[in-house]
Design a protein around this ligand. Structure first.
Ligand code: MF3
Ligand code: CO
Length: 255
């Protein structure tokens, strides 16, 4: 069931998204190549979320059999999503995807961003910019009267035109009082298909893009999804509201 949010509810989700975006910026700024570990990022993000009155929604999250054991996801290089923070140190040349969920006053926000650590290859930089641009093009289609398939097909076409693999096993999702609500928002599909977008819908759009094959598998830790061919992967995600005036991105610091 899709729940439609009133403008006052979207405003509350916006505040949750603001806390998240601030946390994302400050956490990324803290990275010192050769020094910062993934656990350092987890602990800093947890502290920054809580100091603004929020709760990190991923900690203890249990979509099925397994409980997520950390406050954020940190997916390094060939890791696609749901990487569990550990004591590995970030090195110059790495790319690191940070994925955060915040609950503020009962309202969820969810956003991910891939960052360069020190100097990265031109190839890695291009992967990141294509992934981010695919998200922005998908967001631009989040208008009343379009469909979920319009968003999905736009993302897929842009990624594939650039020679990369769009991951299919994981999808975006509605969000609000819960982290995961209807509808699913895939990153591949056909224009005109799927639910029609209406005013008050709020969902996460989150393309995961592999430099090589789109195939992925889950590691023995039951969470970390990695590119099957071991090549780099990037992930960008925003929480978006469909409004009468067009798409509104909720997970930014400034309006
Ligand atoms: N952004 C991811 C998603 O929407 C977050 C995963 S939740 C976790 O599915 F708790 F499993 F990490
Ligand atoms: Co999400």
């Amino acid at each position: 069931m899709i729940t439609y949010k009133k403008p006052a509810e979207i405003a509350l989700m916006r505040e949750s998204g603001r806390v998240l975006a601030r946390t994302m910026r400050l956490t990324a700024e803290s990275i010192v190549p050769g020094k910062t570990t993934l656990l350092d990022l987890n602990d800093l993000a947890d502290k920054l979320i809580r100091e603004k009155g929020g709760i990190p929604s991923f900690l203890g999250y249990k979509p099925g059999k397994f409980v997520y054991p950390a406050s954020i996801c940190t997916s390094l290089n060939e890791e696609v999503v749901h990487g569990i923070p550990d004591d590995r140190t970030l090195q110059s040349g790495d790319i690191i995807s940070l994925d955060f969920g915040v609950i503020l006053n009962g309202w969820h926000s969810d956003s991910a961003w891939t960052f360069a650590v020190g100097d990265i290859s031109d190839e890695a930089r291009r992967l990141m910019s294509v992934t981010k641009e695919s998200l922005m093009q998908g967001i631009a289609r989040a208008k009343v009267g379009n469909t979920v398939g319009d968003i999905a097909s736009t993302i897929q076409a842009y990624v594939e035109k650039n020679g990369y693999g769009i991951v299919r096993e994981l999808v975006g999702h509605g969000i609000g009082r819960s982290l995961h609500e209807d509808p699913q928002v895939p990153n591949f599909g056909r224009a005109g298909k799927g639910p029609v977008l209406k005013e008050g819908m709020t969902f996460c759009i989150e393309p995961m893009v592999n430099m090589g094959s789109p195939k992925v598998f889950t590691k023995d830790d039951d969470w970390t999804v990695v590119a099957a061919d071991g090549k780099l992967s990037a992930h960008f995600e925003h929480t978006v509201a469909v409004t009468r005036d067009g798409p509104m991105i909720l997970t930014t610091e400034e309006d």
